[in-house]
Design a protein around this ligand. Structure first.
Ligand code: ADP
Ligand code: ASP
Ligand code: MG
Length: 412
């Protein structure tokens, strides 16, 4: 008997037919003799619709109330799925994040899980029940309902799998697995049979929406094996695990694109110790994630500093920047929300020189201008104009011949 955590995303439970199909899938797993914990997301576009509803009421809704609202999407799903499983004659119970006691910090809209208490889960499992848990939500030490950021149900699933020591965490979604690029944008993208945690973490952080980055971080930290697969068929999906480090043929594993990017440029920043610490410390204090940072020295004793943030954080970042430039005596700032970030990812880059140059050449050939560049051992990212994003992804996918192998084993 194995303990299996399954997570079903929004599209997988979007309507009654799909909800019933998920119930049958869960039932099959249970009837095979497994203990099953199921994490579900809000149905279809429910979360987006609630965000839109809130915006119609208030341009700046308090984040606490947003969390209160958004958490209801997942609560609807767990109740409906539990009903569907109950009609199949199986014992089942639904639990919200607070009922499980998924303890988070108090940062609304992007809370981080601190601890998952397993008492209630274990009790229900030992009573022979299928346990359905609401994804995306938790409770802070102050007893406030929190949410884990968009796509956060993935993280709930991995956290539960880690806490319970599950055999595997299956992520059921609307594509067959992890591809060399978003298969909706690049139809010739190939499905990866497996991928290492590190590469998956980069792909997810750089915009491949199929897994929330934090879920991959958790999986790596606790050694949880992930199986990303489709809820619409029985095809084997993609295994995300610790690669064995065999010789690799491909320098690049995948291409990712992030449209949720905005650039902020601060000019005339006094060139003295502590200024960058002041600026980025203030942004961090507001839980604003800063990505690329470029500082260029100009004439005299002043610098220009440019950096990127998530577009959804732009307004808050600008408020912080306004305050800091006044304090440190910088000349001014600009913002640009019309950019995108395209990236190539691959552990094979470590041993294949010239990959970055090949990327720049592929973009140049399309006459795409590069605004900012950042690299790590296993990725190269370029900020470009947003209008060129799809063209860039297509060109990079072609340049690194990612479409040539339909099924690729990477990181094994
Ligand atoms: P769910 O609702 O199941 O959590 P998401 O919409 O969050 O599903 O994630 C699945 C989507 O991720 C796919 O529909 C696909 O368009 C997108 N995606 C982006 N990059 C990739 C990739 N490299 N491989 C697979 N899917 C990707
Ligand atoms: N419902 C949330 C969202 O749409 C969480 C999730 O689906 O994972 O982002
Ligand atoms: Mg998702």
């Amino acid at each position: 008997m194995a303990l299996i955590v399954q997570k079903y995303g929004g599209t997988s439970v979007a309507d009654v037919g799909r909800m019933k199909a998920v119930a049958r899938r869960v039932a099959d797993c249970y009837r095979e003799g497994n203990q099953v914990v199921v994490v579900v997301s809000a149905r279809g576009d429910t979360t987006d619709e609630m965000i839109e509803l809130a915006r119609q009421i208030s341009l700046h809704p308090p984040e606490r109330e947003m969390d209160m609202l958004l958490a209801t999407g997942e609560q609807q799903s767990i109740a409906l799925l539990a009903m569907a499983i109950q009609t199949l004659g199986l014992p089942v119970v639904s639990l919200t994040g607070p009922q499980v006691a998924i303890i988070t910090d108090g940062v609304h809209a992007k809370a981080r899980i601190i601890q998952v208490q397993t008492e209630r889960l274990t009790r229900e499992l030992e009573a022979g029940k299928i346990v359905i848990v609401a994804g995306f939500q938790g409770i802070s030490g102050d007893n406030e309902i929190t949410t884990l950021g968009r796509g956060g149900s993935d993280t709930t699933a991995v956290a539960l799998a880690a806490a319970l020591g599950a055999e595997v965490c299956e992520i059921y979604t609307d594509v067959d697995g992890v591809y060399t690029a978003d298969p909706r944008v690049i139809p010739e993208a190939g499905k990866l049979t497996s991928i290492s945690y590190d590469e998956m973490l980069e792909l997810a952080s750089l915009g491949a929406q199929v897994l929330q980055p934090r879920s991959v971080e958790f999986a790596k930290q606790y050694g949880v094996q992930l199986h990303v697969r489709s809820s619409f068929n029985q095809n084997p999906g993609t295994l995300v695990w610790e690669g064995q480090g065999m010789e690799r043929e491909m320098a690049v594993t995948g291409v990712a694109c992030d449209l949720n990017v905005a650039k902020i440029g601060i000019f005339g920043v006094p060139d003295r110790p502590g200024v960058a610490a002041r600026l980025f410390g203030s942004l961090a204090a507001r839980s604003i994630n800063v990505d690329m940072i470029v500082q260029s020295t100009t004439a005299g004793e002043r610098n220009d500093i440019s950096f990127t943030v998530g577009r959804t954080d732009l307004e808050q970042a600008v408020a912080t920047v306004k305050q800091v430039i006044g304090e440190v005596g910088a000349s001014g700032f600009t913002t640009d929300a019309g950019v995108a970030k395209v990236s190539i990812v691959g552990a094979g880059m470590i041993t294949n020189p010239g990959v970055a140059a090949q990327m720049f050449a592929a973009l140049a050939q399309e006459a795409i201008n590069i605004d900012m560049i950042s690299t790590s051992e296993i990725k190269v990212s370029c900020v470009i104009r947003q209008e060129a994003a799809t063209q860039a992804v297509r060109a990079l996918h072609r340049a690194f011949r990612l479409g040539e192998a339909a099924e690729l084993a990477v990181g094994t």
